[in-house]
Ligand binder design. Structure first.
Ligand code: ADP
Ligand code: MG
Length: 359
């Protein structure tokens, strides 16, 4: 369906300096595939999508869509626009049109459909994304998640053969990510061909037929979700998919700033989509700091989360400590701690002792 060969893109600054963002990108995309593109920021993911649909024409290589090289002089761009839809990070809805008018606009203007037909189809698409009751509302009254669902309906209204998504959930409040991802999941089930740039690793793993890891202007590694996430071959891929998020607290004594720790743990859990772990993590911290390890200051507390394995842990580390402090803990507190944790690991480290709580 789409064959990309040796695609390159260089940006030139007014002062003449050049930045080669895409160096040599080649790939084949087949009908019904769901491709997730992952990778660090600044590695050309958006530039690649924008090259694919000619928003930002590449400087070299070829892109063949349904047998035609779309980079050839004279290729009609409107033809591509009907085949390839795009959903952006910031929704890009028309603010002076109602939700339904947004969805009807392109079918009427570009496909020359009748208003009645466009309205009927528009309403059915709004129903599909769960927003039929918002048809006559202006976008400014919608939440971010609702806006993005409208943007998806608007894109579907053109009956595209393939949809490109550029970080469709990264401008959203974390509580709204799920509603947008579930619409995309539904499209995947229906067999829609999609190319999705995303930072949502769990989603990429579930929904994709293939994953491209972009790095340094190349598709550095590609494979099935299992290959990329569980058995990456190249070191940059490994480093990216296995990265662990963390926040660290120095607890000097009982008068340390627990409110600051609490708000940072809350933010951490929201940011990495583990809101359900916030309360157990905070309760475990209180038990540890007030009761079970209250005699062991100073200590270092660390919260970590691996997106890939979906593991969250709290480490309580004390230098010079030889044995687990929990043995002497009050039994009631220890019982409570066990009920909050999936696992409690007590282990010596090179410099002391660590209690690791898997939350
Ligand atoms: P990603 O989406 O992977 O984060 P981008 O494709 O947005 O990366 O950008 C890759 C690089 O290209 C960045 O260094 C960015 O600054 C640069 N870049 C993107 N668009 C332009 C542009 N229009 N002009 C100049 N440089 C650009
Ligand atoms: Mg980008």
């Amino acid at each position: 369906m789409i064959t990309v060969s040796h695609l390159s893109k260089t940006f030139y600054d007014p002062d003449g300096s050049a930045l080669q963002v895409l160096k040599d990108v080649s790939c084949d995309i087949h009908p019904g595939e769901v491709i997730s593109i992952i990778g660090p920021s600044g590695t050309g993911k958006s530039t690649f999508l924008r090259a694919l649909n000619l928003l930002d024409p590449p400087t070299g290589g070829s892109i063949v869509v349904d047998g035609e090289n779309i980079l050839e002089k004279g290729y009609p761009v409107h033809k591509l626009r009907q085949k390839m839809g795009m959903v952006f990070q910031n929704f890009n809805l028309f603010s002076h049109m109602t939700v339904l008018e947004n969805v009807m606009y392109a079918p009427c203007k570009i496909r020359k459909e009748s208003v009645e037909k466009a309205r009927e189809e528009g309403l059915s698409l709004l129903r599909k994304v769960g927003l039929a009751e918002k048809a006559d509302v202006y976008p400014s009254l919608l939440s971010g998640g609702q806006k993005q669902r409208v943007a998806i309906a608007r894109c579907l209204a053109m009956k595209p053969e393939v949809i490109l998504f550029d970080e469709p959930t990264s401008a959203l409040d974390p509580t709204m990510v799920g509603e947008v991802l579930s619409v995309i999941r539904q499209l995947a089930k229906e067999g829609m061909t999609m190319i999705i740039v995303t930072h949502e690793m769990k989603f990429a793993r579930d929904v994709s037929t293939r994953v491209f890891f972009m790095f340094d202007g190349y598709i550095h590694e590609e494979g099935t979700p299992h290959q990329i996430f569980d058995a990456p071959q190249r070191s940059a891929t490994k480093a990216f998919v296995q990265r662990i998020r963390k926040d660290v607290f120095d607890v000097r004594g009982e008068d340390f700033d627990f409110l600051d720790m609490e708000s940072r743990i809350r933010r951490f859990c929201i940011k990495y989509n583990i809101a359900e772990k916030t309360e157990p993590a905070l309760q475990a911290c209180i038990l540890m700091l007030d009761k079970l390890m209250a005699d062991y200051f100073p200590m270092t507390v660390r919260i970590t989360h691996s997106e890939m394995s979906d593991e969250t842990a709290l480490d309580f580390m004390v230098e010079g400590l030889q044995a687990s402090p929990l043995k002497e803990g009050e039994n009631a507190s220890l019982e409570k701690l066990r009920s909050l944790c999936q696992e409690i690991v007590e282990e010596p480290t090179t410099r002391g002792f660590r209690v690791k709580l898997r939350i």
